[in-house]
Every structure is written in structure tokens, then in C-alpha cells.
Design a protein around this ligand. Structure first.
Ligand SMILES: [Fe+2]
Length: 213
């Protein structure tokens, strides 16, 4: 007898049971599956939350994804992600400008250290290598600034935050609003450590969604 096809919800729950779908603990499986179903139903994604540009942006940053130089102090970090439009389609050729403080919380205002202007590839992906930004007195949290532009889309100014920031005390779900500029939990991203104990390396994924003009 032919087996009845699973509903979308059942198939997602089956994926979760067998380990091919994983859900961050703070989301909860049923809530996350419901949200995913809703998103698939209407086929749209919300533009990424705006976050202010701050005083340290500089135009014409180098197109070099290696912001970190050998022996730079600080935890090495690789940030990867994709650029999407609100229909969930990836955007190739988007410009992703990033800038951040160094390990000690200093911005390079004379030159272009820890600044880059990148492009998303044919699959809409981008990545760069840097160090975990330091804290600095004017701001509560570690962060990396983003300005993302793509033809036919609204420019997006936002910031990436890190779930491991000591300010969140291990519970960004509860404590993300300790940073007054973080109005959306989605901007606080989980951190995955790799490498070996003598050369630990942080990895963060940050996907961005641009609204259409
Ligand atoms: Fe900043």
C-alpha cells in the first residue's frame, strides 16, 4: 500500500527527530517550525532590522576580505552569510561595506584597518576574516557595522552583535536589550568556535535581507 505523504509540518518534525533540522535552543522546536511554515507560506522575508550607522563610517574601503593581518591581537573571526531580497532570493553583486573596532576597541580613523567593501558572489554569499571587535566606552556591546546596497533595493544599515558578548551573560534572549541600540534579537548571532586550543577561531553567520525599492 502506498504510504501517505507527510504534511510539511510532519516532515519538518521528522527532520528534527532525525537530526537534519536543528533548532537553536532558545527558539524551541514547535515555535521554530511554525515560524518556518509561515515564512514558506507567504514566501516573504522581513528586511533585516535597521541599526544606526554611527560616527566612524568611511567611504572607499579596500575590497579586501582579509581584515585581519598575521599577529593581530584578538580572537580571529570569520563572518559568512548571504544577501537575500524579501522574496527569499539571493542577491548577487550586492555591495557589503563593513567596519569595526580592533581588539582594543579602537577605530582606525586615519586609514582603513578593519574596514572593507565586499561583493556578494553569484550565489549571494559573502565572507570576511577579522578579529572579534573590542568594547569601547561609547557603546555597550561588541559589534560590526554593515552598509549593504544592491540595485533596485533599499540600502540597509545595520550592525552584527555576538551572543558570546559578556554583556549578555550567556542569555542573549533575555538580555539583548541591555544594548539600547539592539531592538531586534535577530542581530545577535551565535558564535561557533573551531580550530584547536592553541589557535581557536570564531565563526559567525549573518544573513541580511534587503527590502525592494
Ligand atoms: Fe561602532
Amino acid at each position: 500500500m502506498r504510504k501517505q505523504r507527510l504534511t510539511r509540518r510532519e516532515s519538518l518534525l521528522q527532520c528534527a527527530a532525525l537530526g537534519s533540522l536543528r533548532v537553536a535552543p532558545w527558539l524551541g522546536l514547535t515555535d521554530a517550525v511554525s515560524a518556518l511554515e509561515a515564512q514558506e507560506r507567504d514566501g516573504t522575508r522581513k528586511p533585516t532590522q535597521w541599526n544606526e550607522i554611527g560616527p566612524f563610517y568611511k567611504r572607499l574601503a579596500p575590497k579586501n576580505p582579509k581584515l585581519r593581518e598575521p599577529n593581530d591581537p584578538g580572537l580571529p573571526i570569520t563572518v559568512r552569510g548571504s544577501i537575500f531580497d524579501t522574496r527569499g532570493e539571493t542577491l548577487a553583486g550586492a555591495t557589503i561595506e563593513v567596519w569595526q573596532a580592533d581588539h582594543f576597541g579602537h577605530y582606525d580613523l586615519d586609514g582603513y584597518r578593519y574596514r572593507a567593501s565586499l561583493s556578494s558572489d553569484a550565489a549571494g554569499k559573502y565572507s570576511f576574516d577579522s578579529v572579534m571587535p573590542g568594547h569601547y566606552p561609547a557603546r555597550v556591546c561588541q559589534h560590526i557595522h554593515y552598509l549593504v546596497t544592491a540595485p533596485g533595493h533599499k540600502p540597509l544599515i545595520t550592525q552584527l552583535y555576538f551572543a558570546t558578548d559578556p554583556v549578555f551573560e550567556g542569555d542573549p534572549d533575555r538580555n539583548y536589550s541591555r544594548e539600547p541600540l539592539v531592538m531586534s534579537r535577530e542581530l545577535v548571532r551565535p558564535v561557533t568556535l573551531s580550530g584547536d586550543p592553541k589557535a581557536i577561531h570564531a565563526n559567525v553567520n549573518f544573513e541580511l535581507v534587503l527590502g525592494r525599492l
